[in-house]
Design a protein around this ligand. Structure first.
Ligand SMILES: Cc1cc2nc3c(=O)[nH]c(=O)nc-3n(C[C@H](O)[C@H](O)[C@H](O)COP(=O)(O)OP(=O)(O)OC[C@H]3O[C@@H](n4cnc5c(N)ncnc54)[C@H](O)[C@@H]3O)c2cc1C
Length: 464
């Protein structure tokens, strides 16, 4: 009866998600009720007193949006005034120390072990990426194509990515997981051009990207070589993941890259996910086209018989996308409001979960969200569909240093729970943290709950 309602909800697309959540809440009294998202003891039991204080302090700082908005300038000024060593010391005692797990394997190891005791695993992300705008670049991309210094950067990134896979394997064995961005391995202007070609020409999915661009005159010889190099690099990384029986998230990025990224990852899934799930694609539910794409991909995975992994996110580039759409006078690719994005996310979850249930071991979903309602929605939907926490169909992930009050209580009662964990040298991570802080201002405004629970946990620890 209730499953019928879910289907009706999906078909009619008229009721709001909030109605659906209320419907679920009134009808299911199962596992989700055992998860308590307000327990400071469960959420922060893994932290020392000084880490609790640091967490409280960092969330206090993050609640000032003027500070978050000017973070990168602030980093630059304080680095100049304080000097590198003092600056790094302060960063380690505050923002970097709270949101980043360390610089290398030696620093990651104790954190990994501590979290493992609480049932929480890490997804390792050695931060590397680039963008069209030079202001956002984490690396010096000189000009576009076949520039030897660019090639060096991408080949160095390849080695770092392989090392990241090996580090994850050493820490986790066969349950190792890593995350990475395609833009770390190709000049952004080439990826953008490829994206434009794929959007305009929509080649048949029977052809691979490489077959298509090799057989048309859409790219010149140098550009084609860059795309070939990109595909070789990504293949090399996934082969390393496969060798260690690990899994890899490939992140979704800006819309001017994402059609190419999505299609490339789908091809990789078809190639590598034959016997088991290795490669996950990311679905940004704030995009108007995502639900259709997800449905097409589910069909393709069934028709072509490969395993498919979904990382469901809301999307991190909304401000940039909206600004770009307005400047270029193109249609805004993002849903008009937060409720529409949430509805798209929840529908994507129901759609993928139904498929996962009907195709056990073939479809797997990561709920990658800090939104408590979305996590509750996922738990209730699982209950309603009679899917158990240990059925291996759904996992949950949040970012390291954020919303432990979701991840640890989930892990405590047996759900598969992860922290996506950036690591690396401070200079490399600061632009990443700045971008995350700025793009997720709304989350940092919600940091109030995190801050209060840190304070409660600290008080309890001092008094006992
Ligand atoms: C494990 C993990 C992996 C991630 N990987 C990626 C990735 O590969 N690519 C990527 O783009 N993002 C990624 N993200 C970030 C994610 O997309 C979100 O930016 C972030 O998690 C906020 O969404 P939320 O569901 O956590 O929570 P919430 O706090 O509920 O979301 C709030 C955010 O919703 C946004 N929003 C979305 N649509 C709208 C709209 N139409 N109107 C108003 N606001 C809107 C706002 O920007 C606001 O910041 C990842 C997040 C996690 C936790």
């Amino acid at each position: 009866m209730l499953l019928k309602m879910i289907r009706q909800y999906k078909l009619q697309n008229v009721q709001t998600t909030q109605c659906f959540v209320r419907l679920l809440a009134s009808n299911s009294k199962n596992n989700h009720e055992k998860v308590k998202f307000d327990s400071s003891a469960t959420a922060y039991g893994h932290k020392s007193k000084s880490e609790l204080f640091r967490g409280w302090f960092v969330f206090k700082l993050c609640s000032y949006s003027s500070l978050v908005n000017n973070l990168s300038q602030l980093f630059n000024i304080s680095r100049t005034i304080l000097g590198q060593r003092l600056f790094e010391y302060i960063m380690r005692s505050t923002i970097y120390g709270h949101f980043v797990a360390g610089t290398n394997k030696t620093e990651l190891k104790p954190i990994t072990e501590r979290l493992r005791k609480h049932g929480v695993k890490l997804i390792l992300d050695y931060c590397m990426e680039s963008d069209i705008s030079s202001n956002n670049n984490q690396q010096k991309i000189n000009s576009s194509i076949l520039n030897p210094s660019n090639e060096n950067i991408y080949n160095e990134n390849l080695l770092k990515a392989i090392k990241n896979v090996q580090t994850a394997a050493e820490l986790y064995g066969s349950s190792a997981m890593i995350a990475m961005k395609i833009t770390a391995f190709v000049p952004p202007d080439i990826l953008q051009k490829l994206n434009q070609i794929l959007e305009e020409q929509q080649p048949s999915t029977k052809l691979s990207i490489l077959e298509f661009i090799s057989n048309t005159s859409t790219m010149n010889k140098d550009e084609l070589t860059e795309v070939k190099h990109l595909i070789q690099r990504i293949n090399r990384i996934i082969q390393e993941v496969k060798k260690h029986n690990g899994r890899i998230f490939i992140d979704a990025e800006q819309s001017y890259f994402q059609t190419a990224i999505h299609r490339l990852v789908l091809e990789l899934q078809e190639q590598y996910n034959r016997d088991n799930l290795i490669v996950y694609n990311t679905y940004q539910c704030y995009r108007k086209t995502t639900l259709n794409l997800l449905q097409q991909d589910l069909i393709r995975s069934k028709t072509n018989n490969f395993h498919i992994g979904f990382k469901l996110v809301r999307g991190a580039y909304m401000d940039q996308e909206r600004k770009r759409a307005a400047e270029m006078k193109i249609i805004d690719p993002i849903h008009p409001n937060f409720l529409a994005t949430t509805e798209s996310y929840h529908r994507a979850f129901v759609e993928t979960l139904e498929n996962a249930k009907n195709n056990p071991n073939k479809v797997h979903i990561f709920v990658a969200s800090h939104n408590e309602n979305t996590v509750q929605f996922a738990l209730k939907t699982m209950d309603l569909m009679n899917i158990k926490r240990d059925d291996g169909l759904v996992s949950f992930a949040t970012l390291f240093g954020m919303c432990d009050y979701l991840t640890f209580p989930l892990a405590a009662v047996g759900y598969d729970a992860y922290k996506l964990t950036p690591y690396g040298p401070i200079h490399r991570l600061l632009p990443y943290l700045t971008r995350r802080a700025q793009e997720n201002r709304a989350i940092f405004a919600k940091a109030e709950k995190d801050r209060q629970l840190h304070y409660k946990a600290l008080k309890e620890r001092i008094l006992h």
